[in-house]
Design a binder for this molecule. Structure first.
Ligand code: PRX
Length: 654
C-alpha cells in the first residue's frame, strides 16, 4: 500500500542506552525469531525468571478456535513468593521495595525494604485468613495509592485469594456492580484517600455500595484518620484485627492456571467485564516485559504513575517491578497538586531512573510551560515511558527534549487490560524510536492487520505497510483467560469478529520499517485521559434519569485528555432543557460510574439521527462532535435528514 501518510522520522538510539541494553537489535531479531518459531523453548527459558514449586513441563497449551488458553499448565508457583520472599531469601532484604510519596509534598515519605514488605504482607495475609478468607475467594480492594494497597494485593496472591481491585475514583454504584458480579464476600478499603489535597470518601462509598449487596466483612485501613462509620460485626479496623496474628504464613502453592485476579474493564457493549488473569503466565509475562521493556538493572528506581486500580498499576507498579527486585515508587497524588511541578519534584527528590506515565499527563504538564520542569535536577532519569493512549508526536518530542533533555530513550508501550503486559514497544537501546509509534512486537507477539471483512493486510511475518484492525494471531503467556463467569462473552468480545484471532478493538498502521502505530479504538470504546470507557455505559447512566428519553455518547478529540465525552440527549415529551437539568445529568453519570466518566458536552436534541429501521447513526454523531461537518457521508438513509442541520447548529454554538 502506498497511500499511507509518511511515518515520523526515526530518532536514533542514544549511545548510553545502546551501550547498556540487555537486548541489542541483533539479539532482538534472534530472540523474536525464536519466540515465534519455537515458542515452547523460548517461554520455557523465560519461565526461569520466576521460581517454581513444580517446574512446568507443558509450556504453550492454547487454541483460539475453540477458545481455551493455558500456559505452563502443570507448573506450581506463588506470585507473592516471587515478588517478595525470594529477594529476602537471596539476601536482598535491605533493598528498598517500595518508596511511598504522599499527596502533599510535606507529608511523610516512606521507604519499605523487601524484608519489611515481607513482614507486612505476612501480617496482612494472616489477617485475611483470620477473617475467613480462603483460597479462591474473591476479595474486592478499594484503596488509595498507598503501600497498603500493594500489600493487600500481594497478601491475596500469597494465600490464593483472587483480588478484584476497584479504582478509588469509581462510584458506590460501580463498586456494588463489581462486588456482585464476582460474588466477592470481602472488601478491603481505607477510611479515606487523598488526591490533590481533597479527601476521597472510600469507606463511605463502600458503605453505600453495601446497602444493596451483603459481604461477610470489610477490612478498613486507617489512612487519614477521618471520621467514618463502622458497622458492628461487619467492619474491622486492620490495626486491631491484625494485632495478634502470627508472623508466619507460607505461600499457598498455586497451579499456573489458578486465577490470580479479576479486573473490570469497559467494552463496547454492556457492563464492564471482569477480565481474569491466572498465576503462571501473568507472572512470567510481567517479569519478562518489565525486564526487557524497561531494560531494568537492580538498584534503579522505577516510577509508574498509574493507579493500582488499573492494569498498568497491577503490572508495573506492583508485580513486574517487585518480581524483578526493583524499587517501585508509589505516588498518592496528582501531577498538578500543589502545582504543576509535582512530578519533577518527585523525580528529583527520589532520584527516579525510569518514569512511566500517560500522554494525558504529559500534555497537561507541557501546556504549563518548560519552567516547571527545568528548575529541577532530572539527571537521574535514564528512560521515559508512555502508556495508555496514543501519544501525539508533539507531546512525544516535549517529553524527549524537555524532560529527557534529548539524552534518554522514550518508549511508547501499547497493551491492554486483556494482554496483561506490554505487547508492542521499542526496546530501549535496541531500536531507534519513532514519535507516535508504539514500535515493534514484544517476544512471542504476532500482530496482524485485517480489513473489515477479516482479510489479512499485513502481519509481522510477511512485512510491509498497511492500515487496518489490529489482531493478535497467537497466544502469549500474559493473555487474559476468560471473562469471569462468562466465557461466552469472552469469546464473543475478542474472538468472534475475526474467528480464530484475538481482536484488540484498536486500529493500527504498520510501516515498512516495521513500526506499529496505534490509531485508536475502532469500536464503541473511548479513551479519556488513558481511561477506557464504554459509550454504552455512559448512555445507560444518562437514561436512568427520569427526564431522559434517549442518549447517544461518542468521543471527540480533546487537547489534554486525548478524547472527551460528548453526549447527545433527548428529553421526554414536555421537558425543556435547562442548566439545572444539565447539572443533574452530569451528577447522574458521576453517581453511576464516577467523575472520570462525566461528559464534557451534553447536547440536548429533539431527536437522534436514525435510519428508517431505527438504528442510531453514530458515524454522523461522531463527525458532528468532532466538528467535522464536511464529511458526514450519506445522510439520505436517515429517517429525518433535516435533523442534521439542527445538530450542526447546536455543535457550533458550544
Ligand atoms: O486503545 C488502546 C489504548 O488503551 C487501550 C487499552 O486500555 P486499558 O485496557 O485500560 O489498558 C491501558 C493500559 C495498558 C488499548 O486498546 N492504549 C494503551 N496503550 C496505548 C494505547 N493506544 C496507543 N498507544 C499506546 N501506547
Amino acid at each position: 500500500m502506498t497511500d499511507l501518510p509518511p511515518s515520523e522520522p526515526l530518532v536514533p538510539v542514544p549511545a548510553d542506552a545502546a551501550a547498556r541494553t540487555h537486548c541489542t537489535a541483533v539479539e532482538y531479531e534472534k530472540l523474536y525469531a525464536q519466540s515465534v518459531t519455537d515458542p515452547d523453548t523460548f517461554w520455557a527459558e523465560q519461565s526461569k525468571r520466576v521460581d517454581w514449586i513444580k517446574t512446568p513441563t507443558k509450556i504453550a497449551g492454547w487454541t483460539f478456535d475453540p477458545v481455551e488458553i493455558k500456559w505452563y499448565e502443570d507448573g506450581v508457583l506463588n506470585l507473592c513468593h516471587n515478588a517478595v520472599d525470594r529477594h529476602v531469601a537471596a539476601g536482598h532484604g535491605d533493598r528498598i521495595a517500595i518508596i511511598f510519596e504522599p499527596d502533599a509534598p510535606n507529608g511523610e515519605t516512606r521507604h519499605i525494604s523487601y524484608a519489611a514488605l515481607l513482614a507486612d504482607v505476612i501480617r496482612f495475609a494472616n489477617t485475611l485468613k483470620k477473617m475467613g478468607v480462603q483460597k479462591g475467594d474473591r476479595v474486592t480492594i478499594y484503596m488509595p495509592m498507598i503501600p497498603e494497597g500493594a500489600v493487600a494485593m500481594l497478601a491475596c496472591a500469597r494465600i490464593g485469594a483472587v483480588h478484584s481491585v476497584v479504582f478509588g475514583g469509581f462510584s458506590p454504584e460501580a463498586i456494588h456492580g463489581r462486588i456482585e458480579d464476582c460474588g466477592s464476600d470481602w472488601v478491603i478499603c481505607a477510611d479515606e484517600g487523598l488526591r490533590g489535597g481533597k479527601t476521597v470518601p472510600l469507606k463511605a462509598n463502600v458503605d453505600k455500595a453495601l446497602e444493596r449487596v451483603d459481604v461477610k466483612a470489610v477490612l478498613v485501613i486507617a489512612h487519614t484518620g477521618g471520621d467514618i462509620m463502622m458497622k458492628e460485626g461487619r467492619d474491622h479496623w486492620y490495626d486491631a484485627l491484625s494485632a495478634d496474628v502470627g508472623d508466619e504464613c507460607p505461600c499457598e502453592p498455586m497451579n499456573a492456571e489458578d486465577p490470580l485476579f479479576i479486573l473490570y474493564t469497559s467494552g463496547s457493549t454492556g457492563k464492564p467485564k471482569g477480565v481474569l488473569h491466572t498465576v503462571g503466565g501473568y507472572s512470567v509475562w510481567t517479569a519478562s516485559t518489565f525486564y526487557y521493556g524497561f531494560d531494568y538493572r537492580p538498584g534503579e528506581i522505577f516510577w509508574c504513575t498509574a493507579d493500582i486500580g488499573w492494569v498498568t498499576g497491577h503490572s508495573y507498579v506492583v508485580y513486574g517491578p517487585l518480581q524483578n527486585g526493583a524499587t517501585t515508587l508509589m505516588f498518592e497524588g496528582v501531577p498538578n497538586y500543589p502545582d504543576h511541578d509535582r512530578f519533577w519534584q518527585v523525580v528529583d527528590k527520589h532520584r527516579v531512573n525510569i518514569l512511566y506515565t500517560a500522554p494525558t499527563a504529559i500534555r497537561a504538564l507541557m501546556r504549563e510551560g518548560d519552567d516547571y520542569v527545568t528548575r529541577y535536577d532530572l539527571s537521574s532519569i535514564r528512560l521515559l515511558g508512555s502508556v495508555g493512549e496514543p501519544i501525539n508526536p508533539e507531546a512525544w518530542r516535549w517529553y524527549h527534549q524537555i524532560v529527557g533533555k534529548g539524552r534518554v530513550p522514550v518508549i511508547d508501550t501499547w497493551w491492554q487490560t486483556e494482554t496483561g503486559g506490554i505487547m508492542i514497544t521499542t526496546l530501549p537501546g535496541a531500536h531507534p524510536m519513532q514519535p507516535g509509534s508504539a514500535g515493534k512486537p514484544f517476544f512471542g507477539i504476532r500482530p496482524e492487520l485485517v480489513d473489515a471483512e477479516g482479510k489479512t493486510l499485513v502481519c509481522e511475518q510477511t512485512g510491509g505497510a498497511a492500515e487496518g484492525n489490529l489482531c493478535i494471531t497467537h497466544s502469549w503467556p500474559g493473555q487474559a483467560r476468560t471473562v469471569y463467569g462468562d466465557h461466552d462473552r469472552f469469546i464473543q468480545t475478542y474472538f468472534s469478529t475475526y474467528r480464530g484471532k484475538y481482536f484488540t478493538g484498536d486500529g493500527c498502521r504498520r510501516d515498512t520499517d516495521g513500526y506499529w502505530r496505534i490509531t485508536g479504538r475502532v469500536d464503541d470504546v473511548i479513551n479519556v485521559s488513558g481511561h477506557r470507557m464504554g459509550t454504552a455505559e455512559v448512555e445507560s447512566a444518562l437514561v436512568l434519569h427520569d427526564k431522559v428519553a434517549e442518549a447517544a455518547v461518542v468521543g471527540f478529540p480533546h487537547d489534554i485528555k486525548g478524547q472527551g465525552i460528548y453526549a447527545y440527549v433527548t428529553l421526554n415529551a414536555g421537558i425543556e432543557p435547562s442548566d439545572a437539568l444539565l447539572a443533574e445529568l452530569r451528577q447522574q453519570v458521576r453517581t453511576e460510574i464516577g467523575p472520570i466518566a462525566t461528559p464534557d458536552h451534553i447536547h440536548f436534541t429533539p431527536a437522534l439521527p436514525k435510519t428508517r429501521s431505527g438504528k442510531i447513526m453514530r458515524r454522523i454523531l461522531r463527525k458532528i462532535a468532532e466538528n467535522d461537518f464536511g464529511s458526514l457521508g450519506d445522510t439520505s438513509t436517515l429517517a429525518d435528514p433535516t435533523l442534521v442541520d439542527g445538530l450542526i447548529a447546536g455543535r457550533k454554538n458550544r
